[in-house]
Design a protein around this ligand. Structure first.
Ligand SMILES: [Zn+2]
Length: 179
C-alpha cells in the first residue's frame, strides 16, 4: 500500500469514528418551535445556549404567566463549596414576586439540564403560589408554617420533597414539547 493510500485510509477511519461517536453520544436537536405564545420573559446569561428554550417550555407546562426568569451559571467555586460531598447543580433565588434568578451548573448534559430546570421551575411555582416564601435567612414560610431551614435536613424539606416528586412529570412534558 502506498503511503498516500495509508494516510487517506487513516483520515477516513478518523472521520467514521467521529461520526459514529456523534450518533451514539450526540443529543438530538429540538424541534422547531414558536415561542411567541409565551407571556414570560427568559433572559439567558448562562453559557449554555439552549437553557432558555427548556425554561420557556417548562414554565408554559406549569401554566405560569407574566414572570421573568434570568438564567445564570453557578460560579464554579460555589458548585464545589456549598455542600461538601454533594455537588450543587442548580438553585433559584426570588428577586421579586415576578422575577427569579435560576443558577445552573453549565457543565452537564442536556438531559441533566432538563432535569435541573424542571426542579427549579417547580420551586418558582411554589413561590408564585405563595406556598413557599423566602423570609430573612434562614427562615422560610411553607404552607402554614414559618420554619428555620438551618435545622431541617435538605432531604426532609417538604418543598424539596414536592419538587423531587413532581420533577419527573415536568421533565417528561418538557421533553415531549422539545423533541
Ligand atoms: Zn430544590
Amino acid at each position: 500500500m502506498s503511503k498516500l493510500k495509508l494516510i487517506a485510509g487513516i483520515i477516513l477511519l478518523a472521520i467514521i469514528i467521529f461520526l459514529i461517536r456523534n450518533i451514539i453520544v450526540g443529543e438530538p436537536p429540538f424541534k422547531e418551535m414558536d415561542l411567541s405564545f409565551s407571556t414570560n420573559t427568559i433572559q439567558n446569561y448562562s453559557s449554555v445556549a439552549y437553557l432558555d428554550t427548556i425554561s420557556h417550555v417548562g414554565i408554559h407546562e406549569l401554566e405560569i404567566d407574566s414572570v421573568s426568569v434570568v438564567l445564570l451559571d453557578i460560579p464554579s467555586h460555589i458548585i464545589h463549596e456549598i455542600m461538601v460531598g454533594d455537588q450543587v447543580n442548580g438553585f433559584v433565588l426570588q428577586v421579586t414576586d415576578s422575577l427569579y434568578q435560576i443558577y445552573i451548573n453549565p457543565k452537564l448534559s442536556r438531559r441533566q439540564h432538563i432535569n435541573i430546570i424542571a426542579h427549579e421551575l417547580i420551586h418558582v411555582e411554589q413561590n408564585i403560589s405563595h406556598r413557599l416564601i423566602m423570609l430573612d435567612s434562614p427562615f422560610v414560610f411553607w404552607k402554614e408554617d414559618s420554619l428555620d431551614v438551618s435545622v431541617i435536613d435538605y432531604k426532609n424539606r417538604e418543598w424539596e420533597i414536592e419538587a423531587y416528586q413532581n420533577e419527573r412529570t415536568l421533565e417528561s412534558q418538557i421533553k415531549e414539547s422539545l423533541y
